[in-house]
Design a protein around this ligand. Structure first.
Ligand code: SME
Length: 167
């Protein structure tokens, strides 16, 4: 049994150091990307306070079969969520299209935000790249406005780099 959970209140830097260590330990040597994403979603949920959704959207062929790609729901913790998101739509689709982290203090002010859970107030979405190609995004939602900071963005970007060839 794993007991990966911060033992005491930690600074953001310490929290992300522990989170990355736990993610590394859980995913090292495991080639199954779904298992790794599932465990990392659970870790994010355990480590980070004030979340109502934590998980992955993966890059996959569009359902229409038009040869394009879109985001498809991956392992997560939280309420059931929208399954497919076109590149360029909402916070996740914007992160996917731009390949840039989206730190959104108020989701209601974000054009095209997709409200999977009406409780969500702020959001952080970080692209996961492998050899320069987008493979997934990590999505965190919070019921608290302005929940995410630059330290969270930096920490989740480090997690995305760690997972690059493990999901
Ligand atoms: N709010 C996201 C959609 C995904 S859910 O938050 C899980 C967005 O606007 O892309």
């Amino acid at each position: 049994m794993y007991d990966f959970k911060p033992a005491a209140p930690l600074s953001a830097a310490e929290l992300y150091r522990e989170l990355l260590g736990a993610a590394d330990a859980l995913t090292a040597g495991e080639p199954d990307g779904v298992a790794n994403m599932a465990n990392v979603a659970a870790l994010l949920w355990e480590f980070l306070p004030d979340l109502n959704w934590a998980g992955f959207y993966r890059v996959a062929p569009a359902k229409t079969g038009n040869g394009e790609e879109e985001l498809v729901l991956g392992p997560f913790v939280g309420r059931p969520a929208c399954i497919r998101i076109p590149f360029g739509t909402g916070v996740c689709g914007t992160a996917a299209k731009s390949r840039a982290t989206q730190l959104v203090a108020d989701v209601h002010a974000f054009p095209g935000h997709i409200a999977c859970d009406a409780a969500s107030q702020s959001e952080l979405v970080v692209p996961v790249l492998r050899d320069g190609a987008l493979v997934a995004v990590i999505d965190l939602d919070s019921p608290r406005p302005e929940r995410f900071t630059e330290e969270d963005a930096t920490g989740i970007e480090a997690l995305a780099a760690l997972l690059s060839d493990r999901i």
